[in-house]
Design a protein. Structure first.
Length: 409
């Protein structure tokens, strides 16, 4: 024995509230400090979903940035903005499914790493990292990510985020209704077990000021938990309120549990370690062996508790848990250790890029060029085809001719 205490057994935590700091939820009023520079939306749903966020940005007097892919088409968003009477300043950019430019390429996107997540394919992390570097290139000090399924967010909540970013790196919300959890955690709640909710990237303020390093969002499920993991470990993440999101059925596609399993396992294991006062050096193969065993036991227990429930939702949940269990069988303790190393590589590399981007003072054209995004434009009420549209259109049948006019920013 070397005298070092072995890591405590890693049991599933109903919540991680010890890693939060609940700050004042009251109205901010005219508190001193800089207002929010931009609301950034990683959008994948159709343009119509963005109407309330266009109005919110206008009401707050801040820029709305829509980073679009999948069913969100920037020309459709531009048409929506043009038809909606508001003073919103809206910047639209099409984001590819995979990073094509050096600052945004991640080691966690490598094929071998993605295989641990069941060949998960998502560009959410890419969009969040685009938003961070765009903020740094533009000289923005405070931004707020808002997902396109968040509903009812208010001007007061945005002001609260801006206020708390004066003294915090992150300021986040819990999404209580509909609960923001993984499939396994939704199944745990369905089985009648206690299940908490942590703050998330769904509505998250980030302080991007100065030349301090920015935390990367790795290409894995729970990318937001990894981005503010250091904050959670050191001081706790600032919890500044609760919000709502669109309801969905977490069990409608059992494969969702498969692609979530690795990210959920590692994030839950890390946060359990932080709660016990440990750090990354204690996340050894032995620790992850215990995490995997406990996770396997947890899934089996939930499946047994759901077995007697003859409801369609319980049957769907059981199928999802089976997929999660199968994926877990392909994950080794060594995989978890290797992932942490790859994530640290991404952190160090993104830190260098974020520092290098400081002080550039780029306009949008230079910023998007630096990010390798060819198709972008600005939009405002009454002007559907406003400014820049570079590169080949993704959907030529829907592409509209661009009419260059002076920038609004």
């Amino acid at each position: 024995m070397n005298g070092r205490a072995a890591p405590r057994p890693a049991h599933h935590r109903a919540d991680h509230d010890r890693l939060l700091r609940r700050l004042d939820w009251g109205p901010v009023g005219r508190a001193p400090g800089r207002a929010l520079d931009a609301i950034i939306v990683p959008a994948s749903r159709r343009a119509q979903r963005l109407g309330p966020l266009v109005d919110l940005a206008s009401d707050c007097g801040t820029t709305l940035v829509v980073l679009a892919s999948h069913d969100c088409v920037i020309e459709d968003v531009a048409a929506l903005v043009a038809s909606r009477p508001s003073n919103a300043r809206v910047v639209l950019a099409e984001v590819p499914l995979e990073a094509g430019h050096d600052p945004l390429r991640l080691a966690t996107s490598a094929e071998g790493v993605r295989a641990l997540s069941g060949d998960r394919s998502s560009n959410l992390s890419l969009k969040r990292n685009v938003g961070l570097l765009l903020a740094r290139y533009r000289g923005w000090q405070k931004i707020m990510f808002v997902d396109d399924d968040i509903v009812g967010i208010t001007r007061d909540q945005v002001a609260r985020v801006a206020h708390h970013l004066e003294t915090n790196r992150f300021a986040g919300f819990k999404t209580l209704d509909y609960p923001d959890n993984s499939v396994v955690c939704h199944a745990s709640r369905l089985a009648g077990r206690p299940q908490g909710i942590f703050v998330s990237g769904a509505a998250l303020g980030v302080n991007t000021a100065g030349d301090r390093p920015l935390e990367v969002f790795p290409d894995v499920y729970n990318e937001d938990w990894f981005a503010f993991a250091d904050e959670a470990r050191r001081t706790g993440v600032a919890h500044v309120g609760n919000i709502r999101q669109l309801e969905f059925n977490p069990f409608d596609d059992p494969l969702r549990a498969k692609v979530e399993e690795f990210g959920d396992l590692v994030a839950e294991g890390l946060y359990a370690l932080f709660t016990d006062g440990g750090g990354l050096p204690r996340a050894t193969a032995r620790y992850w062996e215990r995490c995997i065993d406990e996770r396997r036991t947890l899934i089996a227990q939930i499946r047994r508790q759901l077995k007697g429930r003859e409801t369609h939702q319980a049957v769907q949940a059981a199928k999802s848990l089976q997929e999660a269990s199968h994926q877990l069988d392909h994950i080794t303790p060594e995989d978890c250790v290797r992932f942490l190393g790859v994530w640290q590589e991404d952190r160090a590399r993104f830190e260098r890029w974020s520092r290098a981007a400081h002080g550039r003072g780029y306009d949008y054209r230079a910023a998007f060029d630096a990010l390798g995004l060819q198709r972008w434009q600005e939009a405002r009420f009454g002007v559907e085809r406003m400014t820049v549209n570079y590169g080949p259109a993704r959907r030529s049948s829907r592409n509209r001719t661009s009419v260059p006019t002076p920038s609004i920013c």
